[in-house]
Design a binder for this molecule. Structure first.
Ligand code: FES
Ligand SMILES: [Fe+2]
Length: 370
């Protein structure tokens, strides 16, 4: 797609016109390298939940392709993120997750405070002119929102708030910071990272793949809205009597609009985060490429903290159903990837109910070009 065509869609509320997508995008290693470089190294990405790092000194290491980043809660309770690299000769500092009083390099023993300042160098007199006060660990952009910690590897990236735009206000009533996980699990899938994301926003397959599961609970086709690079999809949930009865007993009194109470809202926060939001539970899926035909899906199903009785039961019941639906999706996306990987088909033809996929590729185009 040309620059002119993709620049049409940046206004709030507009979505990308339905179009063709080249199948090489799912199998070409050069295209994947571009996606890593131009998208994943420049975009805001969820790293973990804020509750994962509650106490001072709690840390978590994350890998972004060949880079390692450590997020740590410092002695004043502030979150910090650093490249996981010693300022002496570059050794990796920490592994996995845990809790430390200070960061000690395993190679020659340089020690850093939790805010990243260098506080001790063994045999310091052996260095000529070592400006220890300036040798802090190299910072990585880090912000918190919605109970999530977000990282950005690009020092010049706009603030997270700007990147989320209007979607931030949309999601505010869901009080995401109050959600706590029923399950968090990582799946290694043999599909391109886009395959997984697109499938979750593709409504066209729902009656075929999920005809006997989720399909029967949805009243109408999706109502899609673009928020810059992000999208929101509304699926009205069948208003059968039992559901109304359940809603009346589970309402947590949040400032939800009627639509938020009666519909599932799917948000694709570009580039790789999906949220299925309802007032009572939340599904979060984040996808990272591993190779052209492999990705890691970080799946999380959340209920509201303190949920009791029916609301709690409903959250657990939906979680079990969600895992069943996920299995249906895993089967079909693996078949999709096998078919597309032959390279026989050059272009995909997208249906109106796959418009979120069109919009997503428009955003990819812009990020690769800009
Ligand atoms: S590489 Fe870290 S102290 Fe030498
Ligand atoms: Fe599906």
């Amino acid at each position: 797609m040309g620059a002119e065509e993709s620049s049409k869609i940046l206004q709030l509320g507009s979505v990308e016109p339905v179009r063709k997508v080249a199948t090489s995008r799912y199998i070409d290693p050069e295209f994947l390298e571009l996606e890593k470089e131009r998208i994943f190294r420049r975009a805001w990405l969820v790293a973990c939940r804020s509750s994962d790092l509650e106490r001072s000194g709690a840390y978590r290491c994350l890998s972004y392709f060949d880079e390692s980043v450590v997020i740590i809660r410092d002695q004043n309770g502030e979150l910090r993120a650093f490249h996981n690299t010693c300022r002496h000769r570059g050794s990796k500092l920490l592994e996995g997750c845990g809790r430390v009083k200070e960061i000690t390099c395993p190679y020659h023993g340089w020690r850093y405070d939790l805010d990243g300042s260098l506080n001790a160098v063994p045999k310091a007199e052996g260095f000529e002119r070592l400006a220890t006060s300036r040798m802090k660990l190299l910072p990585v952009r880090c912000e918190s929102w919605g109970g999530f910690i977000w990282l950005n590897l690009d020092p010049k990236a706009p603030p997270l708030e700007q990147s989320l735009g209007a979607i931030k206000d949309e999601l505010a009533p869901y009080r995401l910071d109050e959600m706590e996980a029923i399950e968090r699990k990582t799946f290694r899938l043999s599909v391109n990272w886009k395959t997984m994301l697109e499938n979750v926003t593709d409504y066209y397959h729902v009656p075929v793949v999920h005809g006997r599961s989720v399909g029967v609970h949805v009243d109408s086709g999706p109502d899609l809205t673009g928020f810059g690079d992000h999208t929101r999809q509304r699926l009205d949930i069948a208003a059968y009597e039992f559901r109304r009865w359940l809603d009346a007993r589970c309402s947590r009194g949040g400032p939800y609009s009627d639509k938020q109470l009666r519909a599932l809202h799917k948000y694709l926060i570009f580039p790789n985060l999906l949220m299925n939001a309802l007032p009572y539970h939340l599904t979060v899926m984040q996808v990272f490429p591993v190779s052209t035909q492999q990705c890691d899906l970080h799946y999380g199903f959340y209920k509201r903290r303190g949920a009791r009785g029916l609301e709690r039961l409903r959250a657990y019941g939906t979680w079990v159903a969600s895992r069943y639906i996920l299995r249906e999706d895993f089967q079909i996306i693996h078949r999709f990837q096998q078919g597309i990987s032959t390279g026989r088909l050059k272009n995909q033809q997208l249906h109106a109910e796959e418009a979120a996929t069109s919009h997503f590729h428009g955003a990819i185009d812009r990020w690769l070009r800009d």
